[in-house]
Design a protein around this ligand. Structure first.
Ligand code: SF4
Length: 163
């Protein structure tokens, strides 16, 4: 069981996006200190395995700025909880200077998170049998292993099930 944070704002405009209302950066509730406290408290119980961040696009540059300090706080206060991030950017795009999401914050975000589900939703590759992703182009990336080995390593699950 996990806690989910849906981050508003997305410029990816995937065809057949399941929630285009989240493209607007002002959709939903403002992200405040109270929101952070609410999330930290929801994450605390032992039966919660971690935080899943999705959207919208959590890695739009504006969103990264608010997300990094919050993720750092989660990792510091609750080090046993895993952090999953869903993004329309590929892992490779995130380290390419020509990509808008390649910001001063991105390296730190990727080193704090545990799993990155990357790539846009592609309607022609949609497959309802896939676990934890919508289309077969998307990957579940084990970030710790990937950063250690210097090459993309896929997440293979854990003894706690999800994360
Ligand atoms: S990245 Fe997600 S929110 Fe953005 S358009 Fe694609 S499916 Fe929709």
């Amino acid at each position: 069981m996990r806690v989910s944070l849906f981050v508003s704002g997305c410029r990816n405009r995937c065809k057949e996006c399941f929630q285009p209302q989240t493209w607007a950066f002002d959709y939903g509730r403002p992200f405040t200190e109270e929101t952070e406290e609410e999330l930290l408290s929801a994450l605390s119980p032992e039966f919660i395995s971690g935080l899943t961040v999705l959207g919208g696009e959590p890695l739009e540059p504006e969103n990264q700025k608010a997300l990094l300090p919050f993720l750092a706080k989660v990792k510091k206060q609750l080090p046993d909880k895993t952090i999953w991030i869903y993004t329309g950017f590929t892992f490779e795009e995130l380290s390419s200077p020509s990509c808008r999401a390649c910001t001063p914050e991105i390296k730190d975000i990727l080193s704090i998170a545990d799993v990155l589900v990357d790539g846009r939703f592609e309607a022609d590759k949609k497959n309802l049998l896939l676990k934890f992703r919508g289309s077969s182009n998307q990957r579940l990336i084990d970030l710790k292993s990937t950063l250690e080995k210097g090459k993309v390593t896929l997440w293979e699950g854990s003894s706690r099930g999800l994360g």
